[in-house]
Write a protein that binds this ligand. Structure first.
Ligand code: NAP
Length: 288
């Protein structure tokens, strides 16, 4: 929490989530505000799905500058927005709202967060197929980044509910007709080939997240190719079972902490017009 005295004109921002749980976002944003000497506060609000519209009415009435959205609001928020970015249109999910004089605009900064977090590992996955575990909002951010930022043209999708994979693929194929999508059920024998061919395996499901730290999507991980990046969007725990499997296979591994930081930096810039001092923020947060 910032130790500034809040004066009239404080930029009020926050997170809408249900449950709100233990989020690192308040620490990241409040640390950034403190470093910059910015009169800004970021709070976490536990907002149930049926109260989302009321929360946004309150945002307009109170002049709250910005919200991040987490589960389960990222898709459900779309009808309540006045405008949204092209990325929101393509992914069907917004994780950031900015309030411009009562008009609410939705953005998807998870895309930028993911893009920046995997950038340094580009040599492992460029021009190779990628494998995405999950088919929700975070999956759509990852897929958008892989197609638009990294020009990946073959993507395997493995998800519990095949119908959700199909809906996701249909949405992307409307805009990106030259991308080959391969939808696989979890127990399909071909997944071993898909794992082996892929230069990037990204978990976008919540499987393995605290407190269910012993869970992992059941796949033939012995087929992993050691010249690959295994990326888990989960950051609590720091090392998931999936990342352990990646390490065992000799792959490069990364958790979702830097993605979280970079998506926060992008939201911060949208709200304040200022660059987040990410290097200083990292030093203030024990988890980095
Ligand atoms: P979401 O839209 O609700 O999607 C959840 C996905 O996980 C779906 O594919 C769902 O499969 C799957 N799933 C959930 N529980 C499952 C289970 N028990 N067994 C099998 N599959 C299961 O959620 P989201 O917004 O995409 O977020 C997903 C994860 O990404 C969360 O852990 C979130 O914290 C993380 N995330 C991290 C960052 C970051 O900055 N590091 C950013 C965004 C999200 P079905 O389709 O079958 O339901």
């Amino acid at each position: 929490m910032s130790d500034l005295n809040f004066l009239p004109g404080t930029i009020v921002t926050g997170l809408l989530s249900h449950p709100v749980g233990h989020s690192f976002s308040p620490s990241i944003h409040n640390s950034a505000a403190r470093v910059l000497g910015l009169n800004m506060v970021y709070l976490a609000f536990n907002v149930r799905p049926d109260s989302l519209e009321d929360a946004l009415t309150g945002m307009r009435a109170l002049g709250i500058k910005g919200f991040n959205l987490s589960l389960p609001h990222k898709k459900k928020v779309l009808p309540f927005l006045d405008h949204h970015s092209l990325e929101v249109k393509y992914t069907g999910a917004a994780n950031t709202i900015a309030n411009h004089e009562g008009k609410l605009t939705g953005y998807n900064t998870d895309i930028k967060g993911f893009t920046k977090a995997i950038e340094i590992y580009g040599e492992f996955f460029r021009e190779r197929p990628a494998l995405v575990l999950g088919a929700g909002g975070a999956a759509s951010a990852a897929i958008y980044s892989l197609i638009v930022e990294y020009r990946i043209r073959k993507i395997f999708i493995i998800n519990r509910t095949l119908q959700n994979s199909a809906l996701l693929v249909m949405n992307f194929l409307e805009h990106f007709k030259d991308v080959e999508f391969v939808i696989l059920p979890i127990d399909e024998p071909y997944t071993a080939t898909a794992l082996n061919e892929s230069g990037l395996i990204v978990n976008t499901t919540s499987i393995g997240m605290h407190p269910n730290v012993h869970e992992i999507v059941d796949l033939p991980y012995e087929a992993l190719n050691r010249d690959s990046l295994v990326f888990d969007m989960i950051y609590n725990p720091v090392k998931t079972k999936l990342l352990e499997e990646g390490e065992r296979a000799g792959c490069i591994t990364s958790n979702g902490l830097y993605m979280l930081l970079y998506q926060a930096a992008e939201s911060f810039k949208i709200w304040t017009g200022m660059e987040m001092p990410v290097e200083e923020v990292k030093k203030l947060l024990p988890q980095f």
